[in-house]
Design a protein around this ligand. Structure first.
Ligand code: PRP
Ligand code: URA
Length: 205
């Protein structure tokens, strides 16, 4: 797990935790965090040299070998798309619909849409909350079954239980998180956490 620590990251996390933050503020801070997380999460993307002409001479530039595919997990992962797209505007976006059953805490997959041309592209799985890790593990199984090989998971707040589950089941997938919290409560919510990230973004509380 890579803990992305930066003064601005800490400021935005504090703002998200505040129960009095409304949907507009919540989305704004989540987008700002996504922008800050994008740089470390994308730092090792493979590049290739190509020939360019400056006004004065011939030289070589660098471009991404393959543009990444952003995979927001609906609904909460949507809040990370804008910040990533600010940093890498030509990224593809593939949505993965999934919710956690409130009684069993087991993930239920209900939608996916991936481009035909996805092989050899890096996949960036986006979900702000890594709680039990059930949703992320299932999403990673699914991405692998769709042919994904190079995958990174980006979240905002992770619980130790979720990190352990993903690292055990998907040891080759790096996890980037802005915060590692204390634990889960009896309903599977992260403590101290920020509540339900989907509801807080979309006002469905
Ligand atoms: C949240 C969150 C993750 C999942 C994390 O989604 O966005 O996808 O819970 O929990 P887990 O690690 O225990 O699986 P939720 O089920 O609330 O769906 P929503 O985003 O549509 O509200
Ligand atoms: N999903 C959320 O949105 N928040 C939590 O604390 C746990 C799962």
């Amino acid at each position: 797990m890579v803990l992305v620590d930066h003064p601005l990251v800490r400021v935005h996390i504090g703002a998200l935790r505040d129960r009095h933050a409304g949907t507009d503020e919540f989305r704004r801070h989540l987008t700002a965090l996504a922008r800050l997380l994008a740089y470390p999460a994308l730092a090792d993307l493979p590049t290739e040299a190509f020939s360019i002409e400056t006004p004065l001479a011939q030289t070589t530039g660098q471009r991404l070998r393959r543009v990444p595919i952003l995979v927001p997990v609906l609904r909460a992962g949507l809040g990370l798309v804008e910040g990533f797209a600010d940093v890498i505007p030509d990224a593809m976006v593939s949505h993965l619909g999934m919710y956690r059953d409130h009684a069993t805490l087991k993930p239920v997959r209900y939608y996916s849409n991936f481009p035909q041309d996805r092989h050899n592209h890096p996949f960036i799985l986006l979900d702000p909350m890594l709680a039990t890790g059930g949703s992320a593990s299932d999403a990673l199984d699914y991405l692998k079954s769709e042919g994904a090989e190079d995958i990174r998971l980006v979240c905002v707040i992770a619980a130790p239980e979720g990190v352990a589950r993903v690292e055990t089941r998907h040891p080759g997938v790096p996890i980037y998180t802005a915060q590692l919290d204390e634990r889960l409560d009896e309903r599977g919510y992260i403590l101290p956490g920020l509540g339900d990230a989907g509801d807080r973004q979309f006002g469905t509380i």
